[in-house]
Design a protein around this ligand. Structure first.
Ligand code: PEP
Ligand code: MG
Length: 325
């Protein structure tokens, strides 16, 4: 099967009814980069910058961050890379950055909250990103945004860094794309403001599911209790896609569910046209979509989401659809 998937590497990801789907991969270290060309992914939809911090015994300095990002961009050889700013805290532990013990780390001082409280740390990272992408395109996004005002606050710091860099005669990126991850349910009631503020939105379905269903993603006892393919979560995702269409804001998704052909199929049926997944999933997901008629699936899926007939799970319905087609 591996051979079969490899043969698909250079095949355009177009569905049977003609939709070109953007398939990107998730990464976080330089060793991941060769998989970009090997898998035939369109780019890196999620680059987890905290991994450099997690494998280091001391805080990486600004220059180290910059040269790392530069290397990533160089090895990506023109394919787009979406850098996510530091997402530490919660399940992502950085040994030399020990904050106080927290009773609920997932809901605690983490990600963009921590970055905004440590503006020196965030500014160092923003500067490193801006310099590494000088003359090129820089795509970046913020993790765990809860209120749109947090994005504005980062933008202000970004503006300061841009001024600083140009004052010292460095070349800026020729284009900057600024996005937010949608992982906190509170953002679902700020979708229009959010989309007004950013160039794109990327759904972090691992965290969004955790917070929407109130199940700890790392607790095996409850993590499989509810289904990402159940009606509640798929309805949430459908609302996000609709908001994207209404606001003409590109929406993508980079959680684990994009890596499984069945749930990736559901995402396409709901209206996603761009997803980012683990590199080994690109082949299987592409194989799935080459045989998919989105129009046909979408009709069945939308009806199932509106109709809550007891006893008929959406997962079973999707499985049946996949088998029949
Ligand atoms: C997510 O939450 O879905 C996500 C992609 O980010 P991470 O898994 O790194 O928290
Ligand atoms: Mg997350």
């Amino acid at each position: 099967r591996q051979e079969q998937f490899r043969a698909l590497r250079d095949v355009e990801p177009v569905t049977k009814d003609g939709h070109r789907i953007k398939l990107q991969m998730n990464a976080g270290l330089l060793v991941d980069l060769p998989q970009l060309a090997d898998s035939g992914a369109d780019g890196i939809g999620l680059f987890r910058t905290e991994l450099q911090f997690m494998i280091s015994s001391t805080m990486p300095k600004g220059e180290e961050q910059e040269s790392f990002y530069r290397n990533v961009l160089k090895q990506a050889a023109g394919r787009p890379v979406t850098f996510r700013t530091l997402d530490i805290g919660g399940d992502k532990v950085v040994p030399y950055f020990r904050a106080q013990e927290e009773e609920n780390p997932a809901l605690g001082w983490r990600a963009i909250r921590l970055s905004l409280d440590r503006p020196g740390l965030l500014r160092t990272q923003l500067r490193a990103l801006l310099k590494a992408a000088s003359g090129a395109e820089l795509k970046m996004m913020l993790p765990m945004v809860t209120e749109v005002s947090e994005i504005r606050a980062v933008r202000e710091l970004m503006q300061k860094e841009i001024q600083h860099i140009s004052k010292f005669g460095h070349q800026l990126p020729k284009k900057l794309q600024f996005g937010a991850m949608l992982e906190v349910p509170a953002l679902l009631w700020q979708l229009d403001e959010l989309m007004d503020e950013v160039d794109f939105v990327s759904v972090g379905s691992n965290d969004l599911f955790q917070f929407a269903m109130a199940v700890d993603r790392g607790n095996a006892r409850v993590s499989d209790r509810f289904d990402v393919l159940g009606r509640p979560f798929l309805r949430i995702l459908r609302d996000i896609v609709r908001a994207g269409e209404r606001n003409k804001t590109p929406v993508t998704l980079c959680g684990e569910m994009a890596s499984k052909p069945l749930s990736a199929m559901a995402l396409l049926g709901i209206g996603f046209r761009s997803i980012s997944m683990s590199p080994t999933a690109i082949g299987p997901v592409k194989a799935m979509l080459l045989g998919l008629d989105i129009g046909q699936l979408s009709e069945v899926l939308m009806a199932a989401l509106d109709d809550d007939t007891p006893g008929v799970s959406v997962r079973d319905l999707l499985l049946r659809h996949a088998e029949e087609h």
